[in-house]
Design a protein around this ligand. Structure first.
Ligand code: SF4
Length: 383
């Protein structure tokens, strides 16, 4: 099972309850961004280009709990920035666990090993470690030589300490499906509970604009990657979302499915776009003109998007929307290895592209700044 039975049951009953109440739009996972500063400077990131005073700001535990209670989702993902740089992150996580929320704390794991003792293993807590592929590919993606080895050390340490550990892999143009499939084997051997994989999004603030995938290339890549699946692989994404990535199913975006709360408020309309902010979750739901978003809307910023934060909730909604959806999902989970000779041919014919030299975009400066801010705030907090 890719997630504990209690989590699957909690999510299923939550979704069914929303449907019985006749709610057309409901959130599934709160994307809680308590800070934007990071100890990496990845070329595909749209979060770390903020000015220094924004990078220094952060949500308090009370802000986080209020947001969670406002939107009421059963799951909370904590991306960023790097959450482990937040001096009160253990308090935030403990408060969410006490509220029986299933928490995915997203981390690049550079600090995971040294901060592990600040957290307690729980069925409600999973470290979602960002690993973008095998060593060379990951280090290129995060613009940091040695990043892969440190992240995997963090994975091993967390698994050994009894934590739930999942992984989060974002793929950009140039990703080699043969290499990513080997990467899946390595992650499973390292003892991770399950893996999440998604194409990246073309953030207009990201320094590297060349390496984002269009829809047709995404589908080809994911067909090669996710067909002929090994029985040992476990994924923590909706089976219907994964079929969508493989080009086997059409889904429309659910931008309200993973609402984002950060130091700016509730982000309109989704995790990826910033068309203003609302002061409350209710205002977010009421004030966004939802028809203006999603690929079918004709919005050019949505044209190539197949990202997890927009379509995972669509996959879950598809599952619970009809008996057909439930049966297709059950088949996908228990029987389907997605045998596909055409996908094997794509793998055999695939020629890896040279992605050039690894560039550490400003990371030493940014890391130093992040550490300096973190240290100063630790002093203020009396740590
Ligand atoms: S298609 Fe992507 S960018 Fe557009 S609203 Fe949905 S998640 Fe956001």
């Amino acid at each position: 099972m890719a997630v504990p039975v209690s989590q699957a049951w909690t999510v299923a009953t939550y979704v069914l309850k929303q449907k019985l109440m006749g709610k057309k739009r409901y959130p599934l996972v709160l994307m809680l961004e308590p800070l934007f500063r990071c100890n990496l400077a990845c070329a595909g990131c749209g979060k770390i280009q903020y000015p220094a005073h924004i990078l220094k700001a952060e949500l308090s535990p009370e802000d986080c709990f209020k947001a969670v209670e406002e939107c009421g989702t059963p799951m909370v993902a904590i991306p960023g920035g790097e959450p482990l740089l937040h001096p009160r992150m253990p308090e935030i996580v403990a408060g969410l666990v006490a509220r029986k929320k299933y928490v995915y704390m997203c981390t690049n794991a550079l600090l995971l090993k040294e901060k592990l003792h600040l957290f307690k293993p729980s069925k409600y807590l999973s470290f979602s470690v960002h690993v973008d592929g095998e060593r060379e590919h990951h280090d290129f993606g995060v613009c940091r030589e040695g990043g892969y080895d440190i992240a995997m050390e963090g994975v091993h340490a967390a698994v050994a300490a009894g934590f739930r550990v999942t992984t989060n892999t974002t793929l950009f143009d140039g990703a080699d499906p043969n290499s990513v499939r080997r990467h899946f084997d390595q992650l499973m051997e390292a003892g991770v509970e399950s893996m999440m994989v998604s194409p990246g999004y073309t953030y207009d603030k990201a320094p590297d604009q060349k390496h984002f995938l269009g829809r047709a290339r995404s589908k080809k890549l994911f067909r090669a990657l996710l067909s002929n699946r090994k029985k040992t692989w476990r994924f923590n994404a909706s089976p219907m979302f994964m079929e969508f990535l493989m080009g086997k199913k059409e889904l429309t975006c659910t931008p309200w499915g993973m609402p984002t709360y950060s130091i700016f408020g509730w982000q309109k309309p989704c995790y990826l776009l910033q068309d203003g902010y609302a002061d409350s979750f209710a205002e977010l739901m009421q004030s966004v003109e939802w028809a203006n978003y999603g690929t079918e809307s004709g919005n050019p910023r949505c044209a190539n998007c197949m990202v997890h934060s927009g379509y995972e909730a669509s996959g879950v909604n598809y599952t619970f929307g009809s008996v057909k959806g439930l049966l297709q999902t059950a088949k996908a989970i228990f029987f389907n290895t997605y045998k596909d000779d055409g996908a094997n041919k794509i793998l055999n014919d695939w020629r890896p592209t040279n992605h050039g030299q690894l560039v550490q975009i400003g990371s030493p400066i940014l890391s130093a700044e992040a550490e300096r801010v973190n240290h100063a705030e630790s002093l203020v907090a009396g740590d």
